[in-house]
Design a protein around this ligand. Structure first.
Ligand code: NAG
Ligand code: NAG
Ligand code: NAG
Length: 371
């Protein structure tokens, strides 16, 4: 026997329940929802008819990327064309485009190795100058501000020399049209050198031979600015030793060839206490030894309240002038970081003089800020 079919008659309570769930507010919500669906369907159909629907694009993108027949939708717009062109033609790159569009700026990336990405971050905003603090340790050069920050993997080679070689290889490609060029890292300006400051945390005699040896990959490719005993021969990278004062071992012999330079003490230039060459007449630091002279801004003008006062500004201008007369540019470090407005105002004052390089910790701020 078949089981008894249950009775489908609604009980009075059941009917009441159904009435309560489909009361007018629910009907309204249901209708609105259906109308929305209908509207979407109509819009989709219009889009298809217009040629802007998803299928319209798919047709163009299909097939292998080739240079010859580049097809764009008839009803496309110029912005769409511009956006799609690189992918469709593969013609938007050129051999030296790695630093395309980066405007070189007179910015020094102070203690650059503190940036998340040393060297490259400064390069990406157009800083023409960068700085590595080095410690001679176990025959290598470790980069860091203090001993607790040293790591055997973070070396002068790994953070600076190798990346610089890599970038310069991109900027100096060997093609059927050119070879052996000596361009700096900036695509916009082949002749802009990169200043690489090597701040010695250990003695000159112990450390500089390591620096000079580790520059070999740049030297072999003829990428270092040189003093040939008579003139300076500019190159893509200009190495400057800093952080020490015993530079005479490197620069005393003015006729000796070198492919590195040293930081001159700005406060001593032209002063009575200035260090002289062995002949007792010519100064040790000149344009052949030093592209730049530097000093702490506070050491030069005393404590700074707000921005530089008229008197302080005059002092800075005078230092810049004395160095300039000797063919040397300037950089003032220990400039205030805070507040941002104060920092910007002081950068503005220094840039207006102008100093040779602005000393910068916040690269993006200096490169894009409207100070
Ligand atoms: C590079 O330059 C030299 C001399 O200027 C030339 O003889 C040589 O063919 C060039 N090589 C290439 C790959 O262009
Ligand atoms: C200076 O350097 C030149 C060239 O390298 C060399 O001939 C000369 O002997 C050097 N002079 C001294 C005093 O070392
Ligand atoms: C600004 O900040 C940097 C990085 O923290 C530091 O090295 C520098 O000494 C600071 N300048 C001053 C004037 O405190």
């Amino acid at each position: 026997m078949l089981a008894k079919v249950p009775n489908f008659d609604f009980s009075p309570e059941g009917r009441a329940r159904i009435r309560n769930t489909l009361t007018p507010p629910s009907y309204v919500a249901y209708l609105v929802f259906m109308m929305l669906i209908l509207a979407l369907i109509v819009q989709y159909l219009f889009a298809l008819a217009d040629g802007h629907g998803p299928h319209g694009d798919d047709e163009v993108e299909a097939g292998p990327v080739s240079i010859a027949p580049v097809e764009f939708t008839v009803s496309g717009h110029i912005s769409q064309f511009v956006q799609e062109w690189p992918g469709k033609t593969g013609l938007s790159e050129y051999p030296s485009s790695f630093t395309r569009g980066v405007e070189p700026k007179p910015i020094h990336s102070h203690n650059d190795y503190w940036q998340k990405v040393p060297f490259y971050q400064g390069l990406s905003v157009g800083a023409v100058s960068t700085e590595a603090d080095v410690w001679a340790r176990d025959g290598d050069l470790l980069v860091g501000h203090e001993q607790t920050a040293l790591d055997p993997k973070r070396t002068f080679r790994s953070l600076y020399v190798d990346p610089i070689v890599e970038v310069l290889e991109k900027q100096n490609p060997t093609t059927q049209f050119s070879n052996n060029t000596r361009c700096g890292p900036f695509d916009e300006s082949c002749f802009q050198t990169l200043y690489l400051w090597v701040d010695l945390k250990t003695g000159v005699k112990e450390t500089w031979p390591l620096v000079a040896a580790q520059l070999a990959p740049l030297r072999e490719r003829n990428w270092l600015t040189k003093w040939d005993g008579k003139i300076i021969i500019p190159g893509p990278v200009t190495v400057i030793g800093t952080g020490s004062s015993n530079w005479e071992v490197l620069i005393a012999n003015k006729t000796r060839e070198r492919d590195y330079f040293v930081d001159a003490p700005l406060l001593k230039i032209g002063a009575e206490s200035e260090q002289m060459h062995a002949d007792g007449k010519t100064p040790l630091y000149d344009s052949s030894s030093s592209p730049f002279a530097t000093t702490s801004l506070i050491a030069a003008v005393g404590p700074i309240k707000g921005e530089l006062s008229e008197k302080q500004l005059k002092k800075v201008e005078k230092l810049v002038k004395i160095a300039k007369e000797r063919g040397i540019l300037t950089r003032f470090w220990e400039t205030p970081n805070w507040s941002t407005r104060r920092r910007h105002n002081i950068w503005r004052q220094l840039a207006d003089i102008p100093v040779g390089l602005l000393n910068v910790d916040d690269l993006e701020d200096a490169a894009y800020g409207d100070w």
